[in-house]
Design a protein. Structure first.
Ligand code: GLC
Length: 542
């Protein structure tokens, strides 16, 4: 939807496809129960009709799938579960034919333990150049039987695993995801080749996994825990205080040298036409820290998780909008907005689930779609899907195996397309997909919602179409009145009621509403709780 001369990604709507859960052709290695590349290609017209600008596809590289593809064994090939390189080429070509861009997921922080480099590192032994591609160290204690430092894996347990010759290697995630040593120049060279490989195949951009993690503080010293949290898991403490605590000691995250990597990638992307882009998954703590990733010579975008982390409060939403623009403006970057992805509880459920959760989710989405910048959406949110309570025997998230906590499987349940029973058209035949779908999803399928007034799918379609008509602006006016958020974007006013009572609306033509609103003659007098509207001064059309 960008104006001429403006890079496409500045205000794109990007749809995230979780490859194993989007659609299955049934004809690739995973069979009908696992999504694949031809399945995605066959559903691209749906995404074009939904009105998105780009598709980000989670990793489909060769991988033993311990973290569902975020453990890459070969960055230059497609896992046979999902298809072949030809299938990837077909997908990119078809997307481009339909006017959709394709963003590939890049995983540079770690490889799989089945990557040729890690196998060579194990075989070559301590002190070898092969080991120097990863972070191998001797252990502490008289016999080296204690890990080299106190770091903990994001997925629970120690961040170090010992190998038979006695050394330890670092993995900030699963044991099967050894961290690369980005201080070794070989790593940067390898990833430049990976970038070029996919850019040459037509990729329009990269979503960069764990972008804040690549370079570790050289000393690999212990992490100091904030007072009162000693003995607790630092990753849980971090999650609980993501926004509040900025004094956290993090020798493994957000190190200054990491930014050199993105300066180099910026130059690589500039060799190609078509405004190619990187978007950082950087769980940095403040808007300013996030902005550092999108300085003019680094990445183009970074996910703004602060919007996703905000509670159901007009003030919290307003604060995120204000602080985001304040941080992005000085570096000339446009913001991004996101409410759900494959790592977090779906936003319908975060907002309480059921009818109220859905009403709030629709209202928050409609508000977000009016904000300048890019909007990222996770597959199935346009259907109003909730987090699924996946039975313990069906869980597959590595963090479940490491911690016994529920994990992320509940937002990864395959998309329901049609029909009355699983697999709801996800793949051919009647086989349940890799995570069983709920039995009560018949009313949520794409088929069941298409053309139905008031359905979440039709709300998304209408909102994405109306978004294209919004006035082009670089900033918005934001204010809070009681528990109501008011955003002015040019002559369009967005009102979100986070309170518990109906509130009067300013006069104006009702362009869109996230839920039922009484609007006599197209003009609404008041706004119920948990609802958002877009209004335009009456009598003005463009
Ligand atoms: C990112 C991904 C997540 C993955 C992790 C390790 O946070 O989004 O799914 O498990 O990185 O690669």
């Amino acid at each position: 939807m960008s104006a001429p001369g403006r890079e496409w990604w500045r205000d794109a709507v990007v749809y995230q496809v979780y490859v194993r859960s989007f659609a299955s052709s049934g004809e690739r290695g995973g069979g009908p129960g696992i999504g694949d590349l031809p399945g995605i290609t066959s559903r691209l017209p749906y995404l074009r009709d939904l009105g998105v600008d780009a598709v980000w596809i989670t990793p489909f590289y060769t991988s033993p799938q311990h973290d569902h593809g975020y453990d890459v064994a070969d960055y230059l090939d497609v896992d046979r579960l999902f298809g072949t390189l030809d299938d990837a080429d077909d997908l990119i070509a078809r997307a481009h034919e339909l006017g959709l861009r394709v963003i590939v997921d890049l995983v540079p922080n770690h490889t799989s333990d089945e990557h040729a480099w890690f196998r060579a590192a194990l075989a070559a032994g301590p002190g070898s150049p092969e080991r120097a591609r990863y972070l191998f160290r001797d252990g502490r204690g008289a016999d080296g039987s204690e890990p080299p430092n106190n770091w903990r894996s994001v997925f629970g347990g120690p961040a170090w695993t010992r190998v038979p010759d006695g050394q330890w290697y670092l993995h900030l995630f699963d044991t099967t995801q050894p961290d690369l040593d980005w201080r070794n120049p070989e790593i940067g060279d390898m990833f430049e080749a990976v970038l070029r490989f996919w850019l040459d195949r037509g990729a329009d951009g990269f979503r960069v996994d764990v972008a804040h993690g690549l370079v570790k503080e050289a000393s690999l010293r212990d992490q100091e825990m904030p007072p009162g949290t000693e003995g607790r898991d630092p990753n849980r403490v971090r999650e609980e205080s993501m926004v509040a605590r900025t004094d956290f000691d993090e020798p493994m995250w957000d190190q200054p040298e990491t930014h050199d990597v993105y300066r180099r990638w910026h130059r690589v992307l500039a060799d190609y036409d078509g405004d190619r882009m990187d978007v950082a998954e950087a769980w940095a703590r403040t808007p300013e820290a996030i902005a550092a990733y999108v300085r003019p010579d680094e990445m183009q975008q970074a996910f703004n998780f602060l919007w996703l982390l905000a509670g159901w409060s007009a003030q919290e939403f307003a604060d995120v909008v204000t602080s985001t623009f304040a941080a992005m403006d000085p570096v000339g970057a446009s913001p991004t907005w996101v409410l759900s992805n494959h790592d977090v509880v779906r936003h319908v459920t975060r907002y309480g689930g059921g009818a109220q959760g859905l009403a709030r989710a629709r209202a928050a989405t409609l508000t977000m779609l009016a904000l300048p910048g890019s909007s990222y959406h996770y597959q199935g949110e346009e259907l109003g899907l909730e987090q699924v309570d996946v039975a313990p025997e069906d869980r597959q998230d590595p963090s479940w195996f490491r911690t016994g906590e529920v994990g992320r499987d509940g937002c990864r349940v395959p998309v329901p397309w049609s029909g009355d029973a699983p697999p709801y058209g996800f793949g051919p035949g009647t086989l349940q997909p890799w995570i069983p779908q709920p039995l009560d999803w018949a009313g949520l399928t794409v088929q069941a919602q298409t053309g139905v007034e008031g359905s979440t799918l039709e709300l998304y379609r209408a909102a994405l179409a109306a978004r294209r008509e919004l006035p082009a602006v670089d900033a918005v006016d934001v204010r809070v009145e009681a528990d109501v958020l008011v955003v002015e974007r040019g002559d369009v006013t967005v009102v979100l009621n986070c309170g518990t009572t109906e509130v009067p609306l300013p006069e104006g033509e009702l362009l869109l509403a996230s839920g039922p609103v009484d609007a006599a003659g197209g003009v609404a007098g008041s706004l119920p709780p948990d609802t958002a509207v877009w209004l335009r001064p009456a009598g003005r059309s463009r």
